[in-house]
Design a protein around this ligand. Structure first.
Ligand SMILES: *[C@@H]1O[C@H](CO)[C@@H](O)[C@H](O)[C@H]1NC(C)=O
Ligand SMILES: *[C@@H]1O[C@H](CO)[C@@H](O)[C@H](O)[C@H]1NC(C)=O
Ligand SMILES: *[C@@H]1O[C@H](CO)[C@@H](O)[C@H](O)[C@H]1NC(C)=O
Ligand SMILES: *[C@@H]1O[C@H](CO)[C@@H](O)[C@H](O)[C@H]1NC(C)=O
Ligand SMILES: *[C@@H]1O[C@H](CO)[C@@H](O)[C@H](O)[C@H]1NC(C)=O
Ligand SMILES: *[C@@H]1O[C@H](CO)[C@@H](O)[C@H](O)[C@H]1NC(C)=O
Length: 426
């Protein structure tokens, strides 16, 4: 009797939960479907809805910092966030911080979805110049100096946990970088309905303040913008340029601080295939408590010049922390294994002192067999295999899982690994 009674009460529930799951799947596909244009707003009943967007640039970690900043801005300014796709490049990102118009032109010209003609290859013919340049790097067109990298545009929501976002802001995914498409889909027919917040004439142009009474100085930025003033703008779309930099927004009001902390702790990578691979690698090393994570960024720009210094610094710090063990005995491991995340190959000259000092070091290359599922992971937007694009992220997630983390200064990859490592320690 008891069992049939419980059946009768549980049956409807089970149906309800299946139905609920169906709704979730449906909504997920709706949002991540690559066919979905912005037309959801075509004939929006809520014509009062206001929007905000920005321009992405640089590698994954810089784009993630931009997204986090933009989410904060959307929340504070009570506007629907239009989220650009993640730009993944095979190698160093050629789309870097530029003046607003130039960055917009580059994005519109090169970053095209399902572009059969270019087959996801980005060919750029630029050479670098340094004179009168307000950015870390400035490029001018140079047909004698062309490079091709492959790229893909990926939906943030397929990578990160958006649960917190869903609870706090409205958002939609942008599918391309055509300003024309954007304005059409928002039914903006008049220039006066768009406010270009900045023209970004320098890399760090505007700094945003939530507290009008803030006494925090501008630092490397050129203009201060009070977000309370910005919240009074009536234009339908606020168009930011770059919102990169982890100190771009000065967050001081108590409610803002809480939002910011929760966002950082809750919007984490959650793609099941990636998480599964990371867990398998961590298990193979012997679990989170059996290793320390070390990140050595050596492969590009500023970091090339500092290769030897970076490696020496990492060695010195680890030796210091483990000074009770005989680290000069080249036969024996430290009490923990080392997992080294790096953007250069294992046989790179500058890494050799590290391997000589510490004999028990793993790198991602040691786990090729566990990385196989990544070779099957396709971007639903364009069918690109995500292996090369996701490998650095897998490296980052594994290195962040150790019981301690050693970073490369000034690297946003390191900053993120450290942030995730701190969350793990909570
Ligand atoms: C949406 O907008 C486009 C272009 O503005 C128009 O052609 C189309 O008919 C509209 N659709 C609906 C459902 O209003
Ligand atoms: C668009 O909105 C108008 C006014 O709200 C309504 O009369 C019209 O039927 C809508 N059109 C469509 C295609 O939904
Ligand atoms: C936020 O914007 C919506 C319209 O998009 C409006 O209905 C709501 O009152 C606004 N909330 C605040 C706190 O301003
Ligand atoms: C805002 O920027 C866009 C893209 O560069 C440009 O087309 C538009 O004219 C600008 N609007 C104003 C009012 O300057
Ligand atoms: C894209 O570039 C890669 C090398 O970077 C090359 O192997 C491939 O053939 C290119 N594809 C097209 C369609 O140009
Ligand atoms: C780093 O050290 C190696 C020798 O260990 C040397 O050959 C190389 O030139 C150094 N690199 C830089 C950038 O100083």
């Amino acid at each position: 009797m008891t069992s049939s009674f419980s059946n009768t009460i549980f049956k409807p529930r089970r149906h309800a939960s299946i139905f609920f799951l169906f709704i979730i799947l449906l909504t997920t596909f709706y949002f991540i479907g690559h066919e979905q244009p912005l037309n959801k707003f075509n004939n929006s009943s809520d014509c009062q809805e206001k929007y905000l967007t920005y321009l992405p640039h640089d590698g994954f970690n810089n784009q993630r910092i931009e997204l986090e900043n933009a989410i904060f801005l959307a929340w504070f300014l009570n506007r629907t966030l239009i989220i650009p796709p993640i730009l993944f490049f095979n190698g160093v990102a050629p789309i870097i911080s530029q003046p607003y118009d130039e960055l917009y032109n580059l994005l519109t010209q090169f970053m095209q979805p399902n572009n059969d003609f270019k087959k996801n290859n980005f060919t750029f013919c630029f050479s670098e110049y340094k004179k009168d340049c307000n950015f870390v790097l400035c490029f001018r067109e140079d047909q004698n100096n062309c490079k091709t990298v492959s790229y893909t545009m990926y939906n943030w929501e397929e990578l990160m946990d958006f649960t917190f976002l869903k609870q706090h802001i409205n958002y939609i995914h942008r599918q391309d970088f055509s300003l024309k498409h954007l304005l059409e889909s928002l039914q903006i027919h008049d220039d006066n309905e768009v406010y270009n917040v900045t023209s970004d004439q320098t890399q760090y142009q505007q700094r945003y303040y939530d507290n009008p009474k803030s006494t925090t100085a501008l630092g490397k930025f050129k203009e201060s913008v009070n977000l309370i003033d910005l919240s009074k703008r009536s234009e339908k779309l606020l168009h930011f340029g770059s919102v990169f930099s982890s100190i771009r927004i000065v967050i001081q009001l108590p409610e803002s601080k809480k939002f910011w902390r929760d966002l950082k702790n809750k919007m984490l990578p959650n793609n099941p295939i990636i998480i599964n691979i990371v867990n398998n690698i961590v298990d193979k090393i012997g679990g989170p408590d059996s290793f320390v994570g070390v990140h050595a960024r050596l492969g590009d720009g500023y970091f090339v010049e500092n290769q030897n210094k970076t490696v020496q610094e990492l060695i010195r710090k680890i030796q210091h922390d483990f000074k009770n063990y005989d680290v000069t005995n080249h036969e024996s491991c430290l009490p923990t294994i080392i997992f080294l995340a790096t953007d250069v190959k294992r046989d790179h000259l500058s890494l050799q002192p590290f391997f000589k000092t510490f004999p028990c070091v793993f790198t991602i290359d040691d786990f090729n067999d566990l990385l196989k599922p990544l070779k099957l992971l396709k971007n639903p937007r364009d069918g690109m295999i995500m292996y090369e694009f996701f490998l650095p992220l897998v490296d980052l997630l594994v290195v962040s899982k150790g019981n301690k983390f050693y970073q490369t200064h000034k690297s946003t990859f390191s900053k993120y690994a450290e942030q995730l490592n701190n969350i793990r320690q909570l």
